[in-house]
Every structure is written in C-alpha cells, then in structure tokens.
Design a protein around this ligand. Structure first.
Ligand SMILES: Nc1ncnc2c1ncn2[C@@H]1O[C@H](COP(=O)(O)OP(=O)(O)OP(=O)(O)O)[C@@H](O)[C@H]1O
Ligand SMILES: [Mg+2]
Length: 287
C-alpha cells in the first residue's frame, strides 16, 4: 500500500535534512502511530504520503503510484485522506452536508451519487442528524468527525492524521479515537501522529522519528516500554509504564513491560495477594 525507499527530504540546504534515508512499507489495513520529539520529522513524513511534499532523494509509492510523478498526484490525494490538528482550518462548506459534498463535487460525479456519498459518510461518523447545521457551530470533536466524513466521501484507502486530537478536550479525544478505530476495523489503513503515548499504545505498530531518522519501527509493547531510551529522546513513557517502574523502584517484584490496564491490574493484584498471603502466614507477633 505504501512503499518508502531511501527517502531524504531537505527544506533548506543550510539545515540538516528534515528526513534522512527513511525506508518503510505499510500494508493495507495497518494501524500505525508515529511519535517522536518536536522537529523530529513526523509532519514532513506524512506530507510525503499525499504528495504535499515530494522526495529530495528516494521514492514514495502509494498503491503503485510514485509521488515523484505529478500526473499521479490527483489520484494519490484521493487515495490518501489527510486530517490536521486544527479542525477549524479544514472547513469549506456553509453547512455540514455542503462541507462533505465539497470533495466528491470535484470528482465530476452525478448529484445523486454525491448525495449518496454525503449521507453514507455522515452516517459513518454519526453526524447524520446535524447535516443542516453550520460547521462552526459544532464542537471540536464533531468538527474532526466532519473532517473525517469529508475524507470518507472521497472513498480513500488510507487516512493520515497529524495530531488529530491535540486541540480537543478529553471527551473530544475519546470521540475522535472511537471513530478512527471504527474506520480501522472496517479495513482502512490508518496512520496517525500523536504526542500522547496512551494513544500510540492503541496502534498495532509504532514508528519513532528522531532528527529525521526512523529510529524504531515495532509493536507498541516493544517500543513504549523502553523507558530509559524514550526518556533519552525526550519522550515520556505511557503513564502505566511509569507506574510499573515506580512500583519496581520501590522494591516490588513487578514487570515494567506492561501498558494495558488489564495486565497491569493482574500484575498488581497478584502482588497484593502475595503480600497478603505472606502476612497471614506469619505468626501474629511477627506481623
Ligand atoms: N516549511 C519549512 N521550512 C523549513 N524547515 C522546516 C519547515 N517545516 C519544518 N521544517 C523543519 O523540518 C524539521 C522537521 O519538522 P516537522 O514539522 O516535520 O517535525 P515534527 O516531528 O512534525 O515536529 P512537531 O512535533 O513539532 O510537530 C524541523 O527541523 C523543522 O524546523
Ligand atoms: Mg508536526
């Protein structure tokens, strides 16, 4: 689906490359998080995926189409939908329905087909009831769902999101992620940038970009539990991993490679049961 070969990107020859020799392939239906410190190259990388930027050196292929060929850009931008951090910058219509109709309206489709796509996209993100509302009167989470509907109406294969929840409150974050996960379950390839390690932990694969280089590409369990390494990059490990580390530092015999709540609960309750057993086994005076 996505094939990146020896990709280097230079904004300014006076500066070091924003991306340096990236090699990566992403299969259809994957759910990928990109993390890394500020200026690491995350946004630059995803802008290569819908040809907003094209390689200084190397190649980016989307579904067999090279971004190096300008003739492919229109189709690549239909295949790869992009969502940005600020939902307000993505609104183009006077009503929710008009906003979603904008993209398919540019594909030369019949009015009936456009209406079908608008209805289906709004239903997919749970905004059917708000079709006549002005987009500016939506909440932040609803605006991001509207942006997703606008993409879905283009029938993309890949959705790329640059910190889609950074400008939202907690309920907006949950709302948007629920939607993204639903689209992933329906088979879309999802790639998202996040600063939030809990969000990254939910992906199937985590890429770490540091100073323009891809320094890790693995399952979240392998990447997000490398506490010292994450800290050395200026990244905070997920809160659960931090908790397990604290418990270990305080002398508890507990694994620190845990970042899902269920496993953490299991480990902690095993620990508590063990401690209780030790206390009951001792003679009352010892206790
Ligand atoms: N338009 C630009 N012109 C020149 N340099 C740029 C431009 N955009 C980004 N850069 C530089 O390229 C490097 C990578 O930036 P990029 O925005 O891709 O990082 P990022 O990982 O997305 O950072 P953040 O977490 O802050 O969003 C940085 O050194 C940045 O200063
Ligand atoms: Mg960025």
């Amino acid at each position: 689906m996505i094939e990146i070969k020896n990709l280097t990107y230079i904004y300014d020859t006076q500066q070091s490359p924003a991306l340096e020799n990236i090699n990566l392939s992403i299969q259809p239906g994957e759910y990928v998080a990109i993390i890394g410190p500020n200026g690491g190259g995350k946004t630059t990388l995803i802008r290569q995926l819908n040809a907003l930027l094209t390689p200084t050196q190397g190649e980016v292929w989307i579904d067999g189409l090279s971004t190096g060929n300008v003739k492919n850009h229109k189709e690549i931008r239909r295949l790869v939908g992009m969502i940005f951090q600020n939902p307000d910058n993505q609104i183009v219509g006077m009503t929710v329905e008009e906003d979603v109709a904008f993209g398919p309206g540019n594909l030369g489709l019949s009015p009936a087909e456009i209406q079908r796509r608008v209805d289906s996209a709004l239903a997919a993100v749970g905004l059917s009831e708000l079709g006549k509302r002005a987009p500016h009167a939506l909440s932040g989470g609803q605006k991001q769902r509207l942006a997703l509907a606008g993409l879905l109406a283009m029938d993309p294969k890949i959705i790329v999101l640059d910190e889609p929840t950074a400008a939202l409150d907690t309920s907006g974050q949950t709302e948007v992620f629920r939607q993204i996960e639903k689209l992933h379950q329906q088979g879309l390839t999802i790639i998202f940038i996040t600063q939030d390690m809990e969000e990254a932990a939910r992906a199937d694969r985590v890429l770490v970009l540091h100073q323009g280089r891809l320094v890790a590409d693995d399952h979240p369990a392998q990447v997000l539990t490398r506490v010292e390494w994450l800290l050395s990059l200026g990244l905070a490990p997920p809160r659960l991993v931090q908790l397990m580390c604290r418990l270990r530092e305080s002398g508890f015999d507990i694994g620190t490679d845990v970042f899902d709540v269920e496993r953490a609960c299991q480990q902690i309750s095993t620990l508590v049961t063990g401690q209780r057993q030790m206390l009951t086994d001792r003679k009352p005076r010892e206790v």
